[in-house]
Design a protein around this ligand. Structure first.
Ligand code: ZN
Length: 430
């Protein structure tokens, strides 16, 4: 078995890996870059309207034979999760190649396709995979494991062929609401002989050794909601189902009604059969606010699903201190007509690196204008360095190959069996 990381050996985002055996070729993830060659944010909209040739030329498409153009196509693509830096190039890949991913992942992609700008997973190409149910592609055996990450449905893959084995972590963490997931992965894979661990190292080279857990974040948010004098606006990504539950619980614990927009309501609806999540109903303490961006779309079928549990903006504004409401910056203009409610508190649940984006800068000004407050309330979707160390030791692979990190060499500070590859370099597992 040979492994080649086409992108991701020295960067976070744009992951794309190839595994080949004598008879089979499999691609792991096909993501859009998060940064350009100067490590400036990559404009993900910039790919629209460009040809495959142009995208290859500029290096946005990794040069994997037959994946996007000429040459024999790979046998399959395995997708770990829905985030664009892992899935964002799939719609450009050869249509005859099947894509293996969890149902959760395809549902998240569907939601973002309807409410955002992402492409959905092609139904004809999707082969649903189930945790711990192994399947075969050619001479390769694959076992998926669910992992805790900031995108619902995320998976790691154990890949075996002949006597060789590789574990690809995808993106994961052990400080989320489901710490049992990584324990299961360790219990199942730890006792086996693993030749190569492809390990995400997002947190190497970033701030501090360890941040808070999702449960600690819940406590923090509860305090912030309790002390808020008026409406609380929660800005977060609903595909992060953990965070969605954290906000729901914070609303419950502070006696507020949780108001979700149509996007968030749709995610709760989609995941009802897969996860223990509340449904967007009055009985569960949730009301659906049909925000203007949604109303303008005219999606009548979806609208009907939520209409019985609808709340109007007028009802919310009559008692703003009784509500915790999902929010995005565009709602200031579209829904609040340019002026947020007096003394609003916005809880910001994204990576702090996005804070310099114009919409967040502007939002902070808009909050200041109404005597409001802007409070970051976040914890990472990625495993912290001390947990990486623990995890790698528990898996005890023959070789650790860093991926999804700007600082692969920092793995060497902790392990003796690290192999730092370059993008496009082939590694033979012998
Ligand atoms: Zn991710």
């Amino acid at each position: 078995m040979k492994v080649t990381i086409y992108r991701g050996t020295h960067e976070i985002g744009g992951s794309c890996i190839e595994l080949t055996t004598n008879s089979t070729r499999i691609i792991l993830d096909a993501g859009l870059p998060l940064v350009d060659a100067n490590r400036e944010p990559f404009d993900q909209r910039s790919i629209q309207g460009k040809t495959v040739e142009a995208l290859k030329e500029e290096g946005t498409l990794p040069n994997v034979p037959g994946l996007f153009g000429e040459g024999p196509p790979p046998d399959a693509i395995l997708l770990t999760h829905s985030h664009l830096d892992h899935s964002g190039l799939l719609h450009l890949s050869r249509p005859e190649v099947p894509i293996y991913a969890s149902r959760g992942t395809s549902k998240m992609m569907l939601a973002v396709a309807i409410f955002g700008s992402q492409k959905q997973l092609d139904r004809d190409r999707h082969r649903p995979v189930v945790a711990r149910q192994a399947f075969e592609i050619g001479d390769v055996r694959i076992t998926p494991f669910v992992v805790d990450h900031s995108a619902f449905g995320a998976m790691a893959f154990l890949i075996e062929s002949g006597s060789k084995s590789l574990l690809y972590s995808g993106d994961l963490r052990s400080h989320g609401r489901k710490p049992g997931m990584i324990k299961t992965l360790i219990n199942e894979v730890g006792p086996r002989k693993i030749d190569v661990l492809l390990m995400e190292g997002t947190h190497f080279g970033t701030d501090g050794p360890r941040g808070i857990t999702e449960f600690e974040l819940e406590e923090e948010i509860v305090e912030r909601v309790k002390s808020a004098p008026s409406i609380v606006l929660a800005a977060f990504s609903p595909v992060d189902l953990d965070r969605l539950v954290t906000y729901y619980r914070a609303a419950q614990r502070t006696g507020r009604t949780f108001v979700v927009d149509a996007y968030t309501a749709f995610i709760l609806h989609l995941t009802a059969s897969e996860a223990r999540v509340p449904q967007p109903t009055k009985e569960a303490g949730i009301r659906v606010y049909l925000n203007q961006a949604f109303e303008r779309r005219g999606l009548e079928n979806l609208r009907q699903k939520f209409i019985a549990n609808r709340i109007t903006l007028q009802e919310i504004l009559e008692k703003p201190e009784r509500h915790l409401m999902t929010f995005r910056p565009s709602m200031t203009q579209l829904d609040f007509e340019g002026r947020l409610p007096l003394r609003s508190r916005c809880l910001y649940s994204y990576w702090k690196g996005y804070l310099t984006k114009p919409e967040w800068v502007q939002l902070q000004e808009q909050l200041a204008a109404v005597d409001g407050t802007f409070v970051p309330a976040h914890t990472s979707g990625h495993i912290y360095v001390p947990d990486i160390i623990e995890f790698v030791r528990a898996i005890s692979p023959r070789t650790v190959i860093p991926i999804h990190t700007f600082e692969p060499q920092q793995f060497r500070d902790h392990f003796s069996n690290v192999r730092c590859l370059s993008d496009g370099e082939e590694f033979l597992i012998d």
